[in-house]
Design a binder for this molecule. Sequence first.
Ligand code: APR
Length: 233
Amino acid sequence: MKKQITILSGAGISAESGISTFRDANGLWENHRIEDVATPEAFQRNPELVLEFYNLRRKQLYEVEPNAAHFAITQLQAQFDVQVITQNVDDLHERAGNENVLHLHGQLKQVRSTGYPQTVYDLEGWELRLGDTCENGHQLRPHIVWFGEEVPNLMVAAEIVSRADAVIIVGTSLNVYPAAGLYQYARPDTPIWIIDPKANELSYPDSITPINEKAGAALPRLVRSLLNGEIIL
Ligand code: APR
């Protein structure tokens, strides 16, 4: 049976594709405070602003490509059962050929009904407007887990991590819970790496091996070591 490797990814894995991370630029995210664009209250207060914000993020998705880190994960699939759990709402994992991708915080290209949360659609194009409704007449909203909202895939994710033979954390500041605590579901003897150019500034247990580098260089190298047997799980 193939060994299972879980990748826990965050905004940093998409940084080299040209998508801004959340906390690297003075705490602002594309010039907005997170609470002005990524909370249910923000959507109630100023739905136009929130829709426009996500429209621009979605539009940008059509202008960027997966990078070496996403493609390295695809190569890893040749020998391992690879499970990606991502906080990202972009689709770069999928576009690079990553097969098992669980989105914790939703997906930019999907929208859902504000009246019937189970009604989720793939959005055609990049624009969602005020007045765009589900078939029952309710306004559509981005299918994004905003601050203060529940993370529906959390328990599925925890179960995946608990089965892992290795965990690779890549490009997340480990600031946002519950996602930041997921690695704690790994079995005690499971090797865990953390790839982040600022890994030395993050807080995690000593048992985790830091790689203080960008994902685009470090992840392909780690993947090569796993594929050629230099690292044995
Ligand atoms: N390679 C690897 N890591 C990188 C790179 C890179 N090229 N560039 C930046 N990073 C690292 C940063 O050093 C930082 O530690 O990626 C991390 C990004 O952290 P955040 O911006 O906090 O992103 P993330 O952890 O994914 O945020 C979690 O916050 O706003 C919410 O819901 C949103 O899913 C998001 C969540």
